[in-house]
Design a protein around this ligand. Structure first.
Ligand code: GDP
Ligand code: GDP
Length: 436
């Protein structure tokens, strides 16, 4: 599995600057949904052929109450989930009492910890680090997160003990078949659903004991078609352990999102839509993964509760309306078989290939139906479109002054392409190129 790096330190030492630098790669999974705040941020990054996950813990103020009070619950959880801790301190501010408090905590923790002295740009590195040798956390490592100085070298060394990612693993390889990840917060019915899906008529599960990878990939066939269930959270094994509640882990959820082709996000009609559902969806969205929404526990629900759930979804999940929505009962099996149809459709949509000719025709029809605006007296021109990638599909549009294209017009284009191409279950990304 991908190593997890937690960034820990006082506020303002440069954690989020380093986080941004470490997750800047193309498949970075930095959730960014307006209106949501969170205490921790998760992102994926890649250095050479090694992938990693980074957690920005937000900041520990380390007040006088001592480390137990000071170390926010969130940060402790992040350290728990991590394989490696990067403890950031500020070369310009020097050693602060809060640094000392955090160091005391980290020393008793068993986690591999690196002492990272940030903001060493424009000052003497040795002087900047002088304060920190006494912390008892090994040799301090000087970096400048905002300039990127020494960052790659540091991460290279940090990742040294971890094996390179198997290029065959995950969506691009491993067992053949559509990889399905079932995600959702604890208790929504994931484990019930997974066992129901695997227990269906005409489903043959190939159980192969063996490597770690096999343990999280459950290959099976339904009506002769191959699928793979990605089970990073061990939800299938919980089948008979009804009393063991799942410990919620965003890292495992991110892992599932990364390893699957299509995510089935389970919502709970009984507890309704909650903030955490939106956070998770946000991660799916930023990952570009294909998505199917399953509203579970629909059985025996009062009419009023059904109406409320329906309208909540409409009001709050508008941003995910590209996904098929199913109302199911994992417990009774109602609607579970239909999920496969949406999974197949989403997978096919995400991997579609369209000719330049077809895309350009759709673009030109859209433009003649509804012209882009004038900018400084000159009309924005959109000339041709071609496909720039798949899963999720990328449509590259060429023209003039495209950087001035208003958001509303981009939405109009997205909706038009989506409708004409009959794309369901996957986001479409647009890239605009300009000839001037
Ligand atoms: P966080 O609160 O720990 O996440 O800290 P931020 O990443 O928000 O950084 C706090 C401030 O330090 C910001 O103004 C950054 O621009 C600045 N900063 C971060 N890294 C560096 C660095 O390497 N050199 C300098 N000079 N400033 C930095
Ligand atoms: P997980 O933590 O998301 O894997 O959730 P579980 O599958 O363990 O289910 C949590 C609880 O919800 C269990 O008590 C299930 O029996 C119950 N549950 C799951 N699906 C349904 C459903 O469709 N209807 C009802 N009424 N209860 C369900």
């Amino acid at each position: 599995m991908t190593p997890v790096i937690a960034l820990v330190g006082r506020p303002n030492v440069g954690k989020s600057t380093l986080f941004n630098r470490l997750t800047r790669s193309r498949d970075a999974l930095v959730a960014d949904f307006p209106g949501l705040t969170r205490d921790r941020k998760y992102g994926n990054g890649q250095l050479g052929d090694k992938a990693y996950t980074v957690i920005d813990t937000g900041g520990i103020s380390g007040d006088e109450q001592g480390i137990d009070a000071a170390m926010a619950e969130q940060s402790l959880t992040a350290i728990d989930e991590a394989d490696i801790v990067l403890f950031l301190v500020d070369a310009r501010a020097g050693l602060m009492p809060a640094d000392q408090a955090i160091a005391n905590h980290l020393r008793v923790n068993q986690k591999k910890t690196w002492l990272v002295v940030n903001k060493t740009d424009g000052i003497d590195e040795q002087i900047g680090m002088a304060d920190f040798w006494g912390l008892g956390l090994g040799d301090p490592r000087p970096i400048a997160a905002s300039h990127g100085r020494n960052v790659t070298t540091l991460i290279d060394e940090v990742l040294e003990p971890f094996p390179a990612r198997d290029p065959l693993a995950g969506p691009q390889g491993g067992h053949p078949g559509v990889h399905i990840g079932v995600i959702g917060r604890p208790n929504v019915g994931k484990s019930t659903l997974v066992n129901r899906m695997l227990g269906e008529d005409r489903v043959v599960v190939f159980d192969e004991a063996g490597t770690t990878r096999d343990a999280i990939e459950i290959p099976f066939e339904r009506r002769g078609k191959p699928y793979v269930l990605v089970d990073t959270a061990g939800i299938r094994r919980r089948k008979n352990v009804t009393l063991t509640a799942e410990k919620f882990s965003i890292v495992k959820t991110l892992e599932a999102i990364k390893e699957c082709h299509v995510a089935i996000m389970v919502l709970d009609a009984r507890s309704g839509l909650v903030e955490q559902d939106l956070h998770l969806l946000d991660y799916v969205l930023s990952s570009g993964r294909a998505l199917v929404l399953a509203v579970n526990k629909w059985d025996g629900l009062e009419q009023e509760a059904r109406e409320k759930m329906r309208s909540d979804i409409k009001r709050r999940l508008g941003f995910a309306d590209y996904a098929d929505l199913h109302f199911i009962s994992a417990l009774h099996g109602t609607g579970v078989g239909d999920l496969y149809k949406s999974v197949d459709k989403a997978f096919a949509s995400a991997n579609s290939h369209w000719s330049t000719n077809r895309l350009t025709t759709i673009l030109q029809d859209a433009v003649s139906e509804h012209q882009p605006p004038l900018i400084n007296g000159r009309r924005i021109k959109l000339r041709m479109a071609h496909q720039g990638g798949s899963n999720p599909p990328i449509i590259v549009v060429h023209g003039n002054q495209t950087s001035a294209l208003p958001e509303a017009y981009k939405r109009y284009l997205t909706n038009t392409f989506r409708k004409v191409l009959k794309v369901r279950g996957t986001p479409i990304r647009f890239e605009f190129r300009s000839g001037d």
